[in-house]
Design a protein around this ligand. Structure first.
Ligand SMILES: [Zn+2]
Length: 99
């Protein structure tokens, strides 16, 4: 039997209002900061997702936009107001600089 271990970096969610290239207007976007992997963002309106400025491949199934947009909107609400001090503390902890 083979055991597969998947490691996923911890992410820090940050609310943003940015110009969405797909919607061609400013939209709410949830960004996820990952210390070693950069930033990803998802539009809460169209559901498109970018990683380090590159558009992710869109799923080839019906309804994905609605699902992705709803998930991003829920994450946007859950992220709450951005706290720069809490973010800096999180980054230092992730880098092991808090000890
Ligand atoms: Zn959009």
């Amino acid at each position: 039997m083979t055991t597969v271990i998947v490691c996923r970096p911890r992410r820090y969610p940050i609310r943003r209002v940015l110009a969405c290239p797909t919607c061609k207007t400013r939209r709410r976007m949830i960004t996820h900061y990952e210390v070693w992997y950069g930033t990803s963002l998802t539009c809460c309106h169209c559901g498109d997702h970018w990683q380090d400025g590159e558009l992710y491949r869109r799923p080839s199934r019906r309804g994905w936009r609605k699902e992705a947009a709803a998930k991003a909107a829920a994450e946007w609400l859950a992220a709450g107001r951005h706290d720069p001090v809490a973010f800096e503390t999180w980054v230092k902890r992730e880098l092991g600089e808090d000890q």
